[in-house]
Ligand binder design. Structure first.
Ligand SMILES: Nc1ncnc2c1ncn2[C@@H]1O[C@H](COP(=O)(O)OP(=O)(O)OP(=O)(O)O)[C@@H](O)[C@H]1O
Length: 305
């Protein structure tokens, strides 16, 4: 019998590891054949529309994040990737369409239910700095102390387990100022998984890291996803890192999804918009300039002035 999350086979010996999307497809097929409901994706976005100020950010965005997968979210700067993560956490309302996390419509949740939903999500934001006055240990303990009534003895065990998972148990007594950028990112990751989330959101997790630290974070995202049975969304620009970390790729541009699917399929997508974005060209269909008033007006060069 297939395990719904990992795709490992049980008592019949050989262990086969399927890609998560294939696992979901297989489980869905099995459930279908038995007349059971199919496994719902962890995140389900349908016809999402959002305006911020007078700017249309999303206009009919639709995609799923299958359970157990790592989804990479890419798109030109300012296209709304962070906004999308904020829709998932309920920090930013949307105008139309549906955003479901764990089967719950985020916009319909009460304050209390939203709080409960957020406890099932870990977040690693680029600027989610560590608390500088607290040690590494206390930074990771922080969400546990804030959100649970666990005794200190148990908190200590949990914190050391999370630090062990990111390879920094030995650094528990250090202060943030004593850490390298890569170590700090890993401590932030230990803090993000402190409450055992089922979904983790990474916003630009590789920015500012040297190649060795990037390799460690790439490896960690994959390992944590596999060993903790997480589902992950990674917003990043670095195709070479995302290729190593993600199962699926969604490319946003101009308020729409311009490509989505298995990473290698999207990377091979021949459409000019996708090619331009992926190859970093500045003169294709994706505009380089943020919309602005005519140049002549801004520089006082209009006729008669
Ligand atoms: N509160 C707000 N009010 C008005 N406009 C906003 C607000 N927040 C964000 N924006 C605009 O929404 C757009 C999307 O921003 P967002 O940060 O989601 O983009 P992004 O794809 O994450 O960008 P980057 O890759 O540069 O981080 C940007 O044009 C930004 O200027």
């Amino acid at each position: 019998m297939l395990n719904a999350v990992t795709g490992r086979r049980g008592r019949y010996g050989t262990l086969t590891r399927f890609p998560p999307t294939q696992v979901q497809a297989l489980n869905d097929a099995i459930a279908n054949s038995r007349g059971e409901p199919v496994a719902a994706p962890v995140v389900r976005v349908r016809d999402l529309a959002t305006r911020l100020g007078d700017k249309r950010i999303f206009d009919g965005v639709t995609f799923d994040v299958p359970a157990g997968s790592v989804l990479a979210l890419m798109g030109p700067s300012g296209t709304g990737k962070t906004t999308l993560l904020r829709h998932l956490t309920g920090q930013q309302p949307y105008d139309a369409g549906s955003v479901q996390v764990f089967g719950q419509e985020v916009a319909a949740l009460t304050h209390r239910d939203l709080y409960a939903l957020r406890r099932r999500m870990g977040m690693l934001f680029q600027h989610g700095a560590l608390l500088t006055d607290l040690s590494v240990f206390d930074n990771v303990a922080f969400p546990l102390r804030e959100n649970t009534d666990l005794p200190e003895r148990l908190i200590r065990t949990l914190v050391l387990m999370k630090l062990q998972a990111v390879g920094l148990r030995g650094a528990a007594g250090l202060m943030p100022s004593e850490l390298s950028g890569g170590m700090a990112r890993r401590v932030a990751l230990a803090r993000a998984i402190a409450l055992d989330p089922a979904l983790i959101l990474y916003d630009e997790p590789f920015v500012g890291l040297d190649p060795i630290a990037v390799a460690a974070v790439v490896e960690l995202i994959r390992t944590l996803n596999r060993t903790l049975g997480l589902t992950s969304i990674v917003v990043a620009h670095e195709i070479e890192h995302l290729r190593r970390v993600a199962d699926r790729l969604v490319v946003l541009s101009g308020g729409k999804v311009i490509a989505q699917g298995a990473v290698d399929d999207v990377l091979a997508d021949p459409s000019p918009m996708v090619r331009q974005f992926l190859q970093g060209l500045s003169d294709g269909p994706v505009p380089f300039h943020y919309p602005a008033a005519p140049l002549a007006g801004d520089f006082g060069l209009e006729r008669g002035r």
